[in-house]
Design a protein around this ligand. Structure first.
Ligand SMILES: Nc1ncnc2c1ncn2[C@@H]1O[C@H](COP(=O)(O)OP(=O)(O)OP(=O)(O)O)[C@@H](O)[C@H]1O
Length: 334
């Protein structure tokens, strides 16, 4: 549905060039909700502008529904943009217009008749849970309600793609949860492909099927949430399944292990101790559900009076479905 190929954006400045987007490749399937997470300055805003061609990429392609937006005429681009609904951090509603008129604005631009605009607005307001508020004004609404209006407006022209730029960054945690479940439910119902730009891992955890980590304009990691989380060497996994910060001062060996699904039910410390001549302590643990899958992330402190046979421990963990990363191994057999 959405393919990005070798996308690059360089801002030319008098003294230096700023590479804001650096050779990005990305494929997002139909109906998928993809999160792009990055810190301030990572290039998120530039990427959003390049995805909609509001900013011309220096190089590369943005292909939406089989159409390369970098290679079409201005008229074709305007039409293509109508298939992409935008949700912003602040709903950016017009204060002089009613809620229904705000929702219908994308239809006004394409000269849809007034009665039809009204009926579409009412339908969408019901979809986002704001029935009865059609004739109120934005100032009479809460932040969460305003964002619901923003979502309804993004859906007015019946898009295939929803591009959400920090959709919950201005909201409190409870309202954030409500807006994320609304995005999920409209995406499912209308079979939308969704791109969510965020700096918050909780948005990725609660909403997305897949994720990319953007750093200094480049994608460092990308994949399905369940695959990325299970990768013990992944930077994203460490943020998706964070371990408590208080961890053991020392042990002969310290291992991080991540398992998912059935592996979560295994008493892994007992299994290691049964199969290897060592003592095992679970020094830190995090058990979480991402999407439909349960994950266990452990920090195992292993001690032994003798040199430790790492291969044996690795075999036990692998047999029970755990991927591991050895953090410290002063007690390991050479
Ligand atoms: N118009 C511009 N001219 C020059 N440099 C720019 C321009 N827009 C962005 N940049 C630079 O590109 C890089 C990426 O900026 P961008 O605003 O896309 O990051 P961001 O991840 O959206 O950050 P934030 O979350 O703080 O908005 C930064 O180094 C920024 O200074």
């Amino acid at each position: 549905m959405i393919s990005v190929r070798e996308l690059t954006k360089v801002y030319r400045q008098p003294t230096r060039d700023v590479v804001a987007i650096d050779d990005i490749n990305l494929d997002i399937d139909d109906g998928e909700i993809h999160g792009i997470i990055g810190r301030s300055g990572a290039g998120k805003s530039t990427l959003v502008r390049c995805l909609t061609l509001l900013d011309r990429p220096t190089k590369g392609q943005v292909i939406v529904g089989g159409q390369d937006l970098t290679a079409v005429s201005d008229t074709q681009l305007r039409n293509a943009r109508r298939r992409i609904g935008m949700v912003f951090q602040h709903a950016n509603l017009l204060s002089s217009r009613t809620v229904a008129e705000n929702v219908a604005m994308p239809l006004e631009i394409v000269n849809t008749k007034k009665a039809e605009r009204r009926s579409r607005a009412l339908e969408l307001l019901e979809l986002v849970g704001l029935q009865g508020l059609e004739d109120t004004y934005p100032a009479q609404l809460s932040g969460g309600q305003r964002q619901r209006v923003g979502i309804a407006r993004a859906l007015a022209a019946d898009p295939d793609v929803l591009l959400c730029d920090e959709p919950t960054s201005a909201l409190d945690p409870g309202t954030t949860d409500e807006i994320l479940s609304l995005i999920r439910s409209v995406a499912d119902r209308l079979n939308l492909t969704v791109v969510v730009i965020t700096h918050e891992m909780s948005v990725v955890k609660n909403l997305c099927d897949s994720v990319s980590l953007l750093e200094a304009g480049a994608i460092m990691e990308s994949g399905k949430l369940s695959t990325v989380a299970a990768d013990v060497n992944s930077q994203l996994s460490r943020s998706l399944l964070p371990l408590p910060t208080h961890q053991p001062a020392s042990a002969d060996m310290v291992i991080e292990a991540i398992g998912k699904a059935d592996a979560v039910n295994t008493p892994i410390a007992t299994k290691i101790a049964e199969e290897n001549p060592v003592e095992v302590e679970i020094a830190a643990a995090n058990i979480e559900t991402l999407g439909d899958t349960r994950f266990a992330h452990y920090l195992l402190a292993i001690d032994s009076p003798e040199a430790i046979n790492l291969t044996g421990i690795e075999a036990t963990l692998a047999r029970h479905g755990f991927a591991i990363r050895v953090r410290a191994k002063q007690g390991v057999k050479a």
